[in-house]
Design a protein around this ligand. Structure first.
Ligand SMILES: [Zn+2]
Length: 415
C-alpha cells in the first residue's frame, strides 16, 4: 500500500483530528528515504520505479534504468510466477505510481503508451480513474480483446468479475471530502476503501494457489499536498488509514498475507505549528479542529467562489469553510483572479487559521514511515531506501526481477 505524498506529519495531523489512534499506529516498523538517481527530491515516477524495480532512476522515468532501458517490476515478476495481480488507485490508472509497477516509459507523460502497456500486462484487477486514456476507442477495444469486464459505476463494483477494469473518472477520482459532501454528484464514484474491498474479495474468490499481489494507493494525498490543502489532506489520509484497517482484517484472518504500507515521498512540507516573531498569537497553539468545519476541498470551493466578489464572496467563503475572513484574508480572496490563485488563497487561509504551515507546493526529501504486518515483515524494519523495498519483496517471494529485465532488453521505452 502506498500513500502518495503521505509524510509523517500527515499521520500526526490525521490522528489528532480523528481523536483516536490510527489503524497504522500499531504497525509502524521503520522509515524509508526517498531520493531518486538524479535529484535529492524525487518525483512520483522515479519513486514508483524504485519501489517497483529496485532501480534508482531519473525523475519522470517509469520502470526504466537511468540510461532509459526497461527494468523488470515486481508486478511483472509476480505475474511470471503465476501470482494474480491488481492495482487499485484514486489517480488515473496510467498515473506515475501504478505506471511505475506496470509499464516502461522514458516519460511519465507518455500516458497513452503507458495505458496500452498496462492493458496487455495480464493484470487481473485495475480500479481507478483515467477514462481520458482508457476510454479512447483503440484502448477500449484493446481492453475488450484482453477480456476485461469493464465497469464505470459504483453500482457495478460488486457484480464485476476477473479480469476487472473499473474506470470511475475522466482524470483522478474526486477528493474524498468532495465525494462525501456531494453524494448525489459523485454517487457513481467508489471510495478507495470500496474498490480495495472488492479487489480483495475477487482474489479471495479466485483462490489462486500462487497467491496475489495487490497495489493499493491513496494517490491524492499527494494532490492535496501540492495544493497545500489541509482539508483534502485529512480526508485522503483518513481514507487510506481506513483502507489499511480493512486490509489488516483480511490479513489477520488469512494469516499468510504480508502487508506493507509506505509513501513514495512527502508532499507539501507540512509543518504542524505556525508562528513568527511578530505574531501576537500563542506560540504553541495548533487549531486543527477548524478543518472539520470545511465542506470541501480548496479546489471545490474555488470553483464556487471564482464568479463572486465583495460581500457575497466573503459570505460564501464562510459558508463553505466556517471561517470568518479577516481583513488580510479578504485581500487574499480579492486578489485571486483565476482558479489556481483562488484555491491557493483558500488553502492559505484555512492552513493559517489552523496554524499549520507548508514549505513547498512540491515534494520534500524527508523520510517517510514504513508500516507492516505479516510473515517476514521484519525484513522491512529500520531505515531503508525506497528501492530496497522491491528487492526485499522479490527475494521473499522468489520473484525473478532479472529474468523480466533480460526479456525487456530490446523494449523501446519511447513511444
Ligand atoms: Zn506529487
Amino acid at each position: 500500500m502506498i500513500g502518495d505524498g503521505f509524510g509523517p506529519a500527515m499521520a500526526t495531523f490525521t490522528r489528532t483530528l480523528k481523536g483516536s489512534p490510527l489503524a497504522i499506529d500499531g504497525y509502524v516498523i521503520g522509515t524509508v528515504s526517498t531520493k531518486s538517481a538524479n535529484r535529492l527530491i524525487t518525483d512520483s515516477a522515479a519513486a514508483a520505479t524504485a519501489m517497483a524495480t529496485g532501480v534508482l532512476t531519473k525523475n519522470r522515468g517509469i520502470g526504466i534504468f537511468e540510461n532509459g532501458t526497461a527494468a523488470g517490476t515486481i508486478l511483472e515478476a509476480a505475474i511470471e510466477a503465476g501470482v494474480s495481480c491488481g492495482m487499485v488507485v484514486t489517480s488515473p490508472i496510467h498515473h506515475a505510481t501504478p505506471a511505475g509497477f506496470s509499464a516502461h516509459a522514458n516519460s511519465r507523460y507518455s500516458e497513452d503508451f503507458i495505458t496500452k502497456q498496462q492493458l496487455q500486462k495480464g493484470i487481473k484487477v485495475m480500479f481507478g480513474g483515467g477514462a481520458n486514456y482508457y476510454n479512447l476507442p483503440d484502448n477500449r477495444l484493446l481492453a475488450e480483446e484482453m477480456g476485461y469486464h469493464i465497469i464505470n459505476d459504483t453500482s457495478q463494483l460488486n457484480s464485476t468479475q476477473l479480469p476487472a477494469l473499473g474506470v470511475f473518472a475522466y482524470d483522478g477520482l474526486p477528493f474524498e471530502v468532495d465525494r462525501l459532501n456531494q453524494p448525489e454528484q459523485f454517487k457513481h464514484v467508489p471510495s478507495l476503501l470500496e474498490m480495495a474491498t472488492r479487489a480483495l474479495e475477487l482474489f479471495k474468490e479466485e483462490d489462486n494457489e500462487k497467491g496475489f499481489f495487490l497495489l493499493i494507493e491513496g494517490s491524492e494525498i499527494d494532490w492535496a499536498g501540492h495544493n497545500n490543502d489541509p482539508v483534502a489532506m485529512y480526508y485522503e489520509s483518513l481514507q487510506l488509514d481506513q483502507t489499511f484497517e480493512m486490509v489488516m482484517e483480511f490479513a489477520k484472518k488469512d494469516n499468510d498475507t504480508l502487508v506493507i504500507l509506505t509513501a513514495d515521498h512527502e508532499t507539501g512540507g507540512l509543518g504542524i505549528g505556525y508562528h513568527y516573531s511578530n505574531d501576537p498569537g500563542d506560540p504553541y497553539s495548533w487549531e486543527p479542529q477548524v478543518i472539520l468545519k470545511s465542506k470541501g476541498s480548496s479546489e471545490y470551493i474555488a470553483n464556487k467562489l471564482l464568479p463572486l466578489n465583495g460581500s457575497l464572496l466573503y459570505s460564501t467563503f464562510t459558508e463553505y469553510t466556517g471561517i470568518i475572513p479577516s481583513v488580510e484574508d479578504k485581500l487574499e480572496l480579492d486578489n485571486a483572479k483565476n482558479f489556481s490563485e483562488m484555491y491557493h488563497a483558500i488553502s492559505l487561509i484555512v492552513s493559517k487559521t489552523a496554524r499549520m504551515g507548508w514549505t513547498t507546493d512540491q515534494h520534500t526529501a524527508i523520510d517517510v514511515n514504513m508500516v507492516g504486518y505479516g510473515p517476514l515483515v521484519t525484513h522491512f524494519c529500520g531505515n531503508q531506501h525506497s528501492n530496497q523495498i522491491a528487492t526485499k519483496i522479490a527475494n521473499i517471494f522468489e520473484w525473478d526481477l532479472e529474468l523480466i529485465t533480460s526479456r525487456l532488453r530490446h523494449f523501446n521505452t519511447t513511444p
